[in-house]
Design a protein around this ligand. Structure first.
Ligand code: BEZ
Length: 390
């Protein structure tokens, strides 16, 4: 579970000055895009950035009447470098808005800056629950999910099939552990339980010892959170171990998202739960997928959707304040009141600024995560401990 306390966040301010620079009227607005462009989550960061840029192009590069200057920074999914990286964007580059990031540990430095400096922050992936629970703030928004949400849907869908005991295997950091809690809660809601939690350090991919332990467990299914390059390796190793015949593998949808071609036959038939999937039939999704393919040559995935929606949310906020990113109250009010017309299906934000959204059940079929049902309808993160006025 996330171990950073509010007191710790507020105390650890040394690297961040509190003053915000004066912005010249009519000057371009600088948007800091802090994402992983290297390491195991590099492909995720690239798709978020490309889709965010796609949305800007659709707006002729202007939001709230101001031209947008994007500043890209590779955070390497390294929490140790995160405070310095955020400081660079704010102090050296003069970013007025922050968009980032993918990794649940790295996002804490962005959350800290958003809370202390009231810089608008839109999180286009990282599901760390604290950002929209005990560390929520008027300046912090998510276009993605909380780690709890997709895994809750998976646990619920598994329990509905009669599974009583399941294990969760994952990396030992906030995303892995919090998604395990969602999986457990979903199973419990349907009369099952998560009886075992197995972890290894992020971003380790030496899965064989863990697979050895799994083979001896008294469970009916195995659920997991891995993503990016690590997910490719885990799914291949799981299939090679022969465990799929014994324990069906499932997970948060990140397990097979954007990586099916690399996973090949090893992924065929794996069921996962996520707030996006292949085959969603709505006009926004059709147009988005075509435009993303034309821009990048790649198929859109959930990461691209979240990047695009971060652009849409920022536009709603800045349009309401005529480009003034310091006008936090009206900016937040506009974003919270909006129905975001997302390729995943329209969504609104919960009182703690996290999407309330459908979690789809998907099955890996060839190169697609085909939607085969709804795992949880209009699911909100519990938002426990969020006090916007604190
Ligand atoms: C996370 O660290 O929150 C995360 C990373 C990749 C995919 C999903 C969640």
């Amino acid at each position: 579970m996330q171990q950073i306390s509010r007191r710790g966040i507020l105390a650890g301010t040394a690297a961040l000055a509190l003053a915000r620079p004066a912005i010249a009227q009519g000057a371009p607005i600088k948007v800091g895009l802090m994402l992983p462009f290297s390491g195991t989550y590099a492909a995720l960061g690239e798709n978020i950035a490309a889709a965010f840029e796609l949305y800007l192009q659709e707006r002729d590069g202007r939001l709230g009447g101001r031209a947008v200057t994007l500043i890209r920074l590779d955070d390497e999914s390294d929490p140790a470098k995160a405070p310095q990286n955020v400081n660079r964007l704010l102090e050296r580059d003069g970013a007025e808005v922050l968009i980032g990031t993918v990794h649940s540990g790295v996002v804490m430095a962005l959350v800290q800056a958003a809370r202390e400096r009231e810089v608008p922050l839109i999180i286009p992936n990282a599901g760390n629950v604290a950002a929209t629970r005990e560390l929520c703030a008027p300046s912090i928004f998510r276009s993605s999910f909380s780690n709890w949400q997709p895994a809750y849907g998976m646990g619920k869908a598994l329990a509905a099939k009669g599974v009583k005991k399941a294990a969760w295997v994952t990396w030992d950091y906030a995303a892995g552990k919090e998604s395990g809690e969602g999986f457990r809660d979903g199973l419990r809601a349907g009369g099952g339980d998560m009886t075992h939690l197995l972890t290894l350090a992020f971003p380790d991919t030496h899965f064989l010892p863990m697979l050895g332990v799994l083979s001896g467990l008294d469970v009916q299914a195995v659920g997991s959170f891995f993503a990016g390059g690590g997910a490719v390796q885990f799914v291949k190793d799981y299939a090679a171990s022969g465990l799929r015949e014994k324990f069906p593998l499932c997970g948060s949808g990140f397990l097979t998202e954007g990586v099916l071609t690399a996973q090949g036959a090893a992924a065929e038939g794996i069921q996962t739960a996520l707030h996006y999937g292949d085959g969603l039939d709505n006009a926004k999704n059709t147009a988005f997928r075509a435009a993303f393919k034309q821009k990048t040559g790649r198929d859109a995935d959930v990461y691209a959707v979240q990047g695009y929606d971060a652009g849409q949310m920022l536009a709603i906020g800045l349009d309401a304040t005529k480009g003034d990113a310091t006008a936090m109250k009206p900016m937040a009010a506009a974003i919270v009141a909006a129905k975001i017309d997302s390729p995943r299906g329209a969504f609104t934000l919960s009182p703690s600024h996290n999407p309330v959204q459908t979690i789809y059940l998907r099955e890996a079929t060839g190169s697609e995560n085909r939607v085969i049902g709804v795992a949880a309808d209009a699911l909100a993160d519990p938002g426990a401990g969020c006090n916007m006025s604190a």
